[in-house]
Write a protein that binds this ligand. Structure first.
Ligand code: NDP
Length: 240
């Protein structure tokens, strides 16, 4: 039987492309979503991938959710921490709620989910964790102190957990996409988006599958010597 992969935010956008690609590669996949049942059910009908609803910002919900996935499919071998939100506003107008919700959903979720799967991985001496960061965590972005802090935090979290886990056959890596054509980008002001695309050397937005392809590679046995790394997929927008 194939390994078990769990993708948070796996019912829409980049996460849906990741879940789909992992399924096509032979993994037994489940996808977590928060509240958009219409999108989640459509995704399930189209792909047959089981969907689970919980809030990744909630520690107990993650522990309980992982226990259910374990009952349904077995222990999680591959965890993709992809769920994320934006609440863009300049710092001098940002509310504590806008700060806290982005930090909790985009960063604390990585702790919650990893904490819930790591002991199973350590016991079985195998694991693949892929955390989805962002180009805006690598370089900062106007109006995104909350998001940039969370996404930069993911990079430090990834490296520290990679060190702790390397001796146990567990790799921990980050993928930092640039601007990818999903609903998250679809809600941006069209004029702003046009100006951003004009600054992307390859001259277009990325496709969700171009991120999914990297995750598929990192999930595989051939990527066992890669850990603590950040893979950028940003059309040349930021070269670190
Ligand atoms: P979308 O907004 O298209 O999809 C977000 C997904 O995350 C949905 O499935 C959503 O569930 C889920 N989700 C959100 N909050 C929670 C929560 N609290 N608990 C559980 N699930 C949750 O996002 P994208 O596909 O665009 O982005 C995916 C990831 O990639 C994010 O981390 C984002 O920050 C990152 N990224 C995106 C870029 C882009 O240009 N699109 C660029 C760089 C990074 P539901 O459908 O129920 O709302």
């Amino acid at each position: 039987m194939g390994r078990v992969a769990l993708v948070t935010g796996g019912t829409r956008g980049i996460g849906a492309a990741i879940a789909d690609r992992l399924k096509m590669s032979g993994y037994r996949v489940a996808a977590v979503f928060q509240g958009n049942f219409t999108a989640a059910e459509a995704f399930h009908r189209e792909t047959g991938i089981p969907i689970c609803q919980w809030d990744v910002a909630d520690f107990s919900a993650c522990v309980n959710g992982i226990a259910k996935v374990r009952e349904m499919l077995g222990p999680v071998d591959i965890l993709v921490n992809n769920a994320g939100i934006t609440r863009d506003v300049m710092l001098h107008k940002m509310t504590a709620e806008q700060w806290n919700s982005v930090i909790a959903t985009d960063l604390t979720s990585c702790f919650n989910m990893c904490r819930a799967v790591i002991n199973d991985m350590r016991e079985r001496n195998f694991g693949r964790i892929v955390n989805i960061s962002s180009v805006n965590g690598q370089r900062g972005q106007f109006g995104q102190t909350n998001y940039a802090a969370a996404k930069a935090g993911i990079l430090g979290f990834t490296r520290a957990l990679a060190l702790e886990s390397a001796g146990k056959g567990i790799t921990v890596n980050a993928v930092a996409p640039g601007y990818i054509a999903t609903e998250m980008v679809g809600v941006m002001d069209p004029g702003l988006l046009q100006r951003i695309v004009a600054q992307i050397p390859v001259g277009r937005l990325g496709r969700p599958d171009e991120v999914a392809h990297i995750v598929q590679f990192l999930a595989g046995d051939d990527a066992g010597y890669i850990t603590g790394a950040t893979f950028s997929a940003n059309g040349g927008q930021y070269m670190a």
